[in-house]
Design a protein around this ligand. Sequence first.
Ligand SMILES: [Zn+2]
Length: 271
Amino acid sequence: MKLFIAIDLEGITGVVSELDTAREGPAAVIAREHMRADLDAVLEGCFAAGADEVVVCDAHDDGRNLDAAGLPPQVVLVSGSSTPYSMLQGIGRGYDGALFVGYHARAGTAGAVLEHTWNYKVFAATLGDLEVGEFGLGALLAGHYGVPAVFLSGDDKAAAEAEALAPGIVTTVVKTGITRLAAGLHSPRAARERLRADVARALRAEHRPAPLAWNGEPLRLTFARVEFCDRAAGCPGVRRVDGRTLEIPGADFEEVYRGFLACVRLSDLED
Ligand SMILES: [Zn+2]
């Protein structure tokens, strides 16, 4: 069994503040220790269920949050930044499942710890009636390659978002969101016992969820401010809908995803 894991930081056990998710500082160091401990628990669940190969994408910020030291020999860690698929670098055909670890709810969700979608410039991303965040975009790209989204861990809002989008997915809630910057943190020991058991259960399940299918709608990407949209609006193939919104078409979801990434990256550039 070959598995793909995308691991972010905002939905990791113990993480609740932007000091935790920053690149430097004492809180950031502790948060990375929690990230590694959550990953180790998830990997134990994967191997208990019979995994022989696991690709892990370090998906937070510059992708340099995890140390490869001590990882089991069956694991490849995709580390670093500026990759074509960003948070999903390494995904492709041939995986038996995609796992989303330490994920957070999409931008605009109430009571969701550190909610956002990709960066703090994105206000909303929708495919027709379907609003998507980082989990939805990642699960759809995995689905494009025939890979089902089988597991997610994060706060209670991220878990609810995943269950609504991908019925049958197994989730582990490691904290309960109170506000964007406050949560009821679960005991790390208890959270990791559940991560291990839930991942193994997700992978042993007789009926895994089907790969998520794109509904064929172009992606409507709304930025928080007009200037962010101005920067991205020159992207070829993209249509400007209004001051803050672009429409990103594609022949398949992989093309839509690449268009989304290009626009989000452009929105960050000042020139
Ligand atoms: Zn994120």
